[in-house]
Design a binder for this molecule. Structure first.
Ligand code: AMP
Length: 583
């Protein structure tokens, strides 16, 4: 496929404001793609050059991109920078700059050429690699049309922002090859256990649905984590879970880590499925030392535990370990403990379709625990009193709450799903008046008065999983420290877009001054959920009403969460209903 075909499709995707149109455009594109290229096309659509977990990125910054544009166009760097200041985007600069170098050679770029170029860029390392990366990009730009250049630069700098989410792309694959987007579930399942949409697409095209169903759990390829539901009252937990025996586990406030052990080779993935092995050399050692099975996949939480005082450090302390340099030094200052709560694979066998009690027994059988690595502490109970008293003892020990888990025969590990088999209960739900929500920031309003020069408020949205869109819940301007406030424009600079993103639903009254691609998650504390004509969460088109969070307050940024892991509109509806029913 010519890269120009793909680039013009990207242009159409950018121009549409309807998710259904997006699916139709993508389905047509995918239906005409060859098996060799379909994986690449999927990665490019998502703004990547390989599966997210592989960590393979071109790693080109704005300065290198500017140098490549200057070289390819035969102009000086200063004029590229001037144009960038005016246009705000190096992709637009590359597309609009008058090219004094000879126009591209006779051979047009193909999708495969571009991918090969980006892989070379990604693999360049060592002395002189910045210059090599720049030259490879410049060579591709020199062979490209203006529209192609725009997307080459955006892919190179990681700023595609077409607004296509994973589920939208899966819908398009289902429509292209299975006749309708309603056929998405088996594709979604394969994606949940492989985290590689390119692999799912290629397998679908080459082997059909039966091939997709046979995609196995594989070491060093992350499984999308199972998530916990929430309730408004602790008393609802037994009924919601519905199994006579409930496991009540400690809830740790650290970083979710999935560990893959393959002999001595250990890979760690974050909740966003990023390879974080280098950040936790201590956890790698603990897994190697204490997991007796030859191969295994564990799910758990990395927490900073202060062995001297005997309490857990807050999440923020652990986050100081998110760094590229001085990793070992900081690891010894803030050692991490791995609290394991699930077993997903052992000695060649996937465990996803085993019940929670079987997985837990398997975990205990292959882990010789010590202070650094151990299964999550828990109790088994059948009633509310048991849940309550364990919860109180957790709070006393400085934990943030509990996660209750079904012990029923069908309590399988549901990769990527947020269902009632797991229910979390946190200390801040304790007072029945407040809720915390993890919301996606989709826009901001300009600040006035004391806030001139920064944002006055940010527009926050919940994730509607069924429709794969973001619907607003509140506009939030309180709870920020002065430093947080001043930092807002910088924090959102790289996700600012010049029009409403296609997957964001906003009423005219709530339309913000600035739009952001849905990317950053924020934890928000609010007083209650009410019906509202202003916000679109669970929008009822007839009554022209949605749901809104009243008195929202900033709690903290949740950069480790992807936008699709935010609080769902269904959860907001559940909170609203329960409150109204006298919760
Ligand atoms: P939240 O981040 O508030 O949505 O809570 C869900 C998160 O709690 C999970 O993604 C895990 O990272 C974390 N967690 C801590 N302890 C447990 C546990 N025992 N079982 C499951 N998840 C846990």
């Amino acid at each position: 496929m010519k890269f120009a075909t793909l680039a013009s499709c990207f242009e159409r995707l950018e121009a549409t404001s309807s998710r259904n149109d997006m699916i139709a455009i993508l389905a047509r594109l995918l239906a005409g793609t060859s098996p060799d290229e379909i994986g690449i096309v999927c990665y490019f659509v998502l703004g990547e050059i390989g599966p997210g977990y592989s960590g393979v990125t071109p790693g080109i910054g704005d300065r290198t991109a500017a140098a490549a544009i200057a070289l390819a166009a035969g102009v000086d760097l200063a004029s590229v920078e001037t144009a960038a200041r005016k246009l705000g985007d190096y992709g637009d600069v590359a597309a609009s700059l008058a090219w004094s170098a000879p126009e591209g050679p006779a051979e047009p770029l193909t999708v495969t050429d571009v991918h090969r170029g980006f892989m070379e860029i990604a693999q360049a390392s060592g002395p002189g690699s910045a210059d090599r990366k720049m030259r490879i990009l410049a060579a591709m730009l020199a062979a490209a049309t203006p529209t192609e250049r725009r997307y080459l630069v955006r892919l190179a700098t990681g700023k595609m922002r077409l607004g296509v989410g994973d589920m939208t792309l899966l819908d398009a694959l289902a429509e292209a090859f299975l006749g309708s987007k309603a056929e998405r579930p088996p594709l979604e399942h394969a994606y949940n256990i492989s985290s590689d949409i390119g692999l799912v697409a290629r397998t679908l095209l080459e082997e059909g649905l039966s091939g997709v169903l046979a995609i196995p759990v594989t070491l060093h390829r992350p499984i999308r984590p199972m998530l916990a539901q929430r309730v408004s009252r602790i008393s609802e937990i037994p009924e919601r879970i519905g199994s006579p025996v409930i496991a009540v586990e400690e809830k740790y406030d650290g970083e979710r880590i999935q560990a893959h052990k393959d002999g001595d080779d250990v890979t760690l993935f974050s909740r966003r499925l990023i390879d974080v092995t280098h950040q936790y050399p201590d956890i790698v050692r603990h897994v190697r030392r204490c997991v007796t099975a030859d191969t295994a996949i564990l799910d758990g939480e990395a927490v900073a535990f202060d062995h001297e005082i005997g309490t857990y450090h807050p999440f923020q302390t652990l986050m100081r370990r998110r760094r590229k340099h001085r990793v070992r030094e900081v690891a010894s200052e803030i050692p991490a403990t791995y609290r394991v709560f699930d077993l997903l694979y052992v000695n060649g066998e996937p465990y996803l379709h085993r019940s929670y009690p079987e997985r837990r027994a398997g975990l205990e059988a292959i882990l010789s625990p010590d202070e650094q690595i151990s299964p999550a502490d828990r109790i088994l109970t059948g009633d509310l009193d048991g849940i309550r008293s364990f919860y109180l003892s957790c709070i006393e020990r400085g934990l943030e709450g509990i996660v209750c888990k079904s012990c029923a025969d069908d309590s399988f590990y549901r990769a990527g799903a947020r269902e009632w088999q797991w229910i979390k209960w946190k200390s801040d739900y304790g007072t029945e008046l407040v809720d915390t929500l993890d919301l996606v920031v989709v826009g901001a309003n300009a600040g006035r008065g004391k806030r001139a020069g920064t944002y006055g408020s940010v527009l926050c949205a919940a994730y509607n999983h069924e429709e794969d869109i973001f619907q607003t819940v509140c506009s939030m301007g309180t709870g920020f420290s002065n430093a947080d406030l001043a930092d807002l424009p910088r924090r959102f600079a790289d996700v600012r877009v010049d029009r409403q993103p296609a997957r964001v639903m906003v009423t005219p009254q709530a339309a913000p001054d600035f739009w952001f691609a849905p990317a950053r998650v924020v934890e928000v504390l609010g007083l209650e959920i009410t019906e509202s004509p202003v916000h679109t969460c669970n929008w009822d088109p007839e009554r022209r009403r949605g749901l809104a969070l009243r008195f929202p307050r900033f709690v903290r940024w949740r950069d480790e969460k992807s936008p699709e892991a935010a609080t769902t509109t269904a959860e907001v509806v559940a909170m609203f209903r329960r409150r109204r029913e006298g919760g």
